[in-house]
Design a protein around this ligand. Sequence first.
Ligand code: F0G
Length: 435
Amino acid sequence: MTPPPISRTRCIACGRDYPLAEIRYECDACGSLLEVAHDLERLRRERPAAAWRELFDGRLGARGGPHGSGVWRYHELVLPDLPLDRIVTKPEGNTNLYRVPRLEEISGTAEVYVKHEGENPTLSFKDRGMTAGVSFARHLGVRAVACASTGDTSAAMAAYAAQVDGLRGVVVLPRGKVSLEQLSQPIASGCLTLSLPADFDTCIRLLRDICRRRPLYLLNSVNPVRIEGQKSIGFETVQQLGWAPPEWIVVPVGNAGNISAIGKGLFELRTLGILDRVPRLLGAQAAGAAPLAQASREGYARRIRVTAADTAASAIRIGDPVSYDKAVRVVRESGGHFESATEQEIMDAKALVDAAGVYICPNSATAVAAFLKARAAGTIGRDDRVVVIATAHGCKFSQATIDYHGGRLPGVSPRQANRIVEVEAEVGAMERLLP
Ligand code: F0G
C-alpha cells in the first residue's frame, strides 16, 4: 500500500485543507490564501534533527541531478511527494553568501552578509519558486502557465517553461515599468508577452480573474507551490552559516511572497529541531510603495492598500501585496517588523554595496537601506549577525545604475557618483586622468 501524501494545501485563515494536486489558489470556504502544509510530525519521526542536517550537508557539492540544486537539496521538505524525475531544474540556488566588511564598518555591526540571489540562472531569486512551480505544472500535465510580473517572475517562469515540451507561457507586464533586461527575458524564451497600460496591482487582478475561468495554471506567488521552492533561500542561508541562525534576515518586499516563504521555511526547520530559534525578519519596502511598513508602524491595526508610486526599485512597486496576511504573520511571529526607505537611501545603499564588489539591484538595496536604518535606530544590535537578501542582479537594472552615477535620477543626488569620463582618443589626454 502506498503511504498517504505528506503534503496538502491548507487555508491560512479557516484551516480547511485540500489535496495538493487539486488546482486551487484560494480557500473555497472563505477565499483566503492557501499554504502547503507538510506532515511535520511524520517528517520529525523519519529523522532526528542531526540526521536531517547530515542529509543536506551530504548533498553539498552534488553534481548534476536535482540534488545539485539549492532547492531540491531539501526535496523532502520542499515537495516530498513530487517524484524527482518530474523536476525541471537548471539547477538553481547555491548562491554566494558574501561577508561585506564595508557594511560592518559603516554600520558598526559584528557580522553582515549579503546572500546574492541575483546569481541564480535568470539572475533573480524567482528561479527557486519557478523550479517548484513549473515542475508541479509538468507533474499535473497542464498545457499553459501564466503570471503577472514586475519583471523577474516572468523572466523565471518563461525560462523554466521553455524547458518543458508542449508547455506554453503567458506573461502580463505593466508597460514601461519593467527594465529592458527583464523585458527581453520572456521574449527570448518564447512566451506570449502581454504589455498592459496599467500598474502591477491591476495586471495581477486581471490575470487572477482570467485564471479562475480558463485552463491557465497561475504561477504568481498566490500559488502555494511556488512558496515551497522559495523558502529554500532561508534553508541555504542557515546551512551556509553551519546551521547557526543569524539574528536578523532582511528581505525586500513587494508582493510579500518571498518573506512569507522564508519565514515559513525557518519555522518548519525549528519544528523539526534543525534550528533552535528563528531569525527575526525585517521586511523592506520603497517609501512610495510601503503598505506593510505603514501597517507595521500602526501596529497592524488595519489592512493598508496604497497606489504605488514610481521608484527605482521597480520590482517592488506594489501597493496591494497579495501575500500581505502571510507576511504579517511570519514577520510578527519572528519578532521582526517592516521598514521603508526613500529613493535617496535606496540608491546610496546600492552604490555602497556595489562599490564593495557585490553588484546588486535597487530592490535589494532597499533591504540594505532598511538594515542601515534599523541598525541606526538600535533595533538591530552591534553584536548581531545580519543577512541581507539581495534578490536580483544589478545587471538586470543597468539604467538605474547609469542614471544614478550620471546624476540623472529624479529627486536623488548622486552622493557616491562614479562618473563616466569622456576623453579624446589620445594618449596625453588619457594620461592626465590616470591615478
Ligand atoms: N526583489 C526583486 C528583484 C523582485 O523581483 C521582487 C518581486 C521582490 C524583491 C519582492 O518579492 O514580491 O515576493 O515580496 N518581484 C515580483 C515579480 C513581484 O513579478 O517579479 P515579493
